[in-house]
Design a protein around this ligand. Structure first.
Ligand SMILES: [Zn+2]
Ligand SMILES: [Zn+2]
Length: 254
């Protein structure tokens, strides 16, 4: 699980066990932390994440991070091109107020076109079953069956969503989330949606060489208090480490 104490001073480390190399691949923070401080300054002054656009979209205001939804993670990956040019990639974790994409930020591993095509139908099915459940008495055996049916629908939907993820690594391999996940049990919700997987996936697709990665939390502290505003954290154990070994495979550390 997550470390209880904020890792204020510890450098960020992005790592995971790689089954094909039988070793743990590690990426340090390099210069990424200083780029994060630059990003924090921008977030502080601009108070929005769509700052590359001239027209402000209210849904990308950072007020959202200080409200009931609370904050989220932001990350930077410093990379180099084959000619040595430095490229800075940015990512926010999960969705930003329901949005998967925002100009200037890495896209998700999820195929959003596919996701939005399937979402309304599957959502409607689950909601319709919920409505049927609510019409029945608590001890009605038919109700229990429907509750079970809804659970199966949700699980199937989750599996379908996971199948819409494509995970690239630096060996040039492409796998599904199921193939790249080495944890025990089912794939946790939000796996692949943290900053590190988004950053590495995008860098691998662009054939960039990762030099350093750092992630920090921005906004109102999370419910459990384990994540604090403007504090840096290493990759998470539950969702990230089980895929990061595969994702970091092929990163050449000089
Ligand atoms: Zn994570
Ligand atoms: Zn490997």
């Amino acid at each position: 699980m997550y470390s209880s104490a904020p890792e204020t001073t510890k450098p960020c480390s992005t790592y995971g066990y790689c089954a094909s190399c039988d070793t743990t691949h590690i990426l340090g923070e390099g210069n990424a932390r200083s780029h994060c401080y630059d990003l924090m300054k921008i977030l502080d002054t601009e108070k929005r994440i769509d700052f590359v656009n001239t027209i402000k979209d209210p849904k990308f205001s950072t007020d959202y991070l200080f409200g009931p939804a609370r904050g989220q993670m932001f990350g930077i990956l410093e990379c180099s091109k084959s000619n040595g040019d430095i490229v800075i990639l940015k990512a926010f974790s999960c969705q930003y107020d329901g949005e998967w994409e925002c100009e200037g930020w890495c896209p998700p591993l999820l195929d959003t076109d596919q996701f939005y095509t399937v979402l309304p139908t599957r959502d409607a099915e689950i909601k319709a079953t919920g409505a049927q459940i609510n019409q029945l008495e608590k001890h009605d055996p038919a109700r229990r069956e429907l509750v079970q049916a809804r659970k199966l629908l949700s699980q199937q939907f989750m599996r379908d969503i996971h199948n819409m993820y494509t995970v690239h690594n630096f060996e040039g391999h492409v796998k599904s989330l199921h193939e790249s996940y080495i944890g025990t049990g089912g794939i946790p919700t939000g796996c692949g949606d943290c900053c590190a997987p988004k950053l590495l996936n995008h860098a691998a697709q662009l054939r960039l060489k990762p030099l350093g990665l750092a992630e920090f939390y921005w906004g109102k502290e999370n419910q459990s208090g384990s994540k604090q505003h403007a504090v840096f954290y290493s990759c998470c154990e539950e969702k990230c480490q089980p895929i990061l070994g595969y994702m970091l495979c092929g990163v050449k550390n000089d």
